[in-house]
Design a binder for this molecule. Structure first.
Ligand SMILES: C[S@@+](CC[C@H](N)C(=O)[O-])C[C@H]1O[C@@H](n2cnc3c(N)ncnc32)[C@H](O)[C@@H]1O
Length: 230
């Protein structure tokens, strides 16, 4: 089993219950909506997951493209959003349906830890080609080699306490401990970057980027980077 197979499942133990999924999707959508600077913006949410709160993002921009690598996630996106004004579902990972130099904002939240560095570098070139010269690439929830599973668990419990699913989070962490997620995390690991490495990768692929003060979502031990084509 690979990370792609894991995310292609109909359900997993990462989201401990429906309340957690809803609170997570709402927080991520708020974070992405907060990055939109004009109602005319065209935005791509890459590796969007179920994106159940995408309506909030679409209310702030002209067009929202959604793409996820997992076919089952894409089928759920299609069931939820097909034909929805302002939302376009992207079917292939080379993003050929998106015109070159047409995007104002690309957001990749909590995805790159499941992507090898080689594939990430291919993605950087793909993103560069589709961003307007004035566009921004936002990479969020980037895992550093200096943080571990215990930091993730601590952040989840703090989020759960605030949002009223603390007991479910404890049970969910126990389920995750005995699940394929832990096996995969041990087998393949998560792809991690330190700040200088990420900035060097931006430069190698024609971007100028820097770390921002706040991450999207509940885990502030993870990093957010904003990059612009140069
Ligand atoms: C932790 S979820 C994050 C979903 C969403 N971005 C969020 O923040 O809620 C990771 C998502 O990345 C997707 N994914 C993994 N590898 C990918 C890739 N190479 N390209 C696009 N999506 C990918 C998975 O299918 C999964 O839906």
């Amino acid at each position: 089993m690979s990370w792609r197979d894991f995310w292609n499942r109909q359900s997993n133990s990462i989201y401990v219950n429906a309340r957690h999924s809803q609170a997570h999707d709402a927080l991520v959508a708020q974070g992405i909506a907060g990055l939109v600077t004009s109602p005319a913006d065209c935005v791509l949410d890459y590796g969007c997951g179920d994106a159940s709160a995408a309506d909030l993002i679409v209310s702030k921009c002209a067009k929202l493209y959604l793409f996820d690598a997992a076919p089952n996630v894409r089928a759920r996106l299609s069931a939820r959003f097909a034909g929805r004004a302002g939302i376009e579902l992207v079917g292939d990972e080379s993003l050929t349906s998106i015109a070159p130099a047409s995007l104002d904002l690309i957001v990749v939240n909590s995805v790159l830890q499941y992507v090898t560095q080689v594939d990430f570098e291919t993605l950087l070139d793909r993103f560069h080609m589709r961003l307007k010269p004035s566009g921004r690439l936002v990479l969020a929830d980037i895992v550093s080699p200096d943080t571990g599973a215990a930091d993730d668990a601590k952040a989840l419990l703090a989020f759960a306490w605030k949002d009223g699913f603390f007991c479910a989070a404890i049970a969910g962490l126990a389920r995750t401990f005995f699940s394929d997620y832990r096996t995969l995390r041990a087998q393949f690991g998560l792809t991690r970057y330190r700040e200088p490495e990420m900035i060097a990768l931006f430069a190698k692929h024609g971007f100028a980027g820097a770390r921002a003060a706040q991450n999207i979502g509940h885990n502030q031990a993870r990093m957010l980077f904003v990059a612009r084509p140069v």
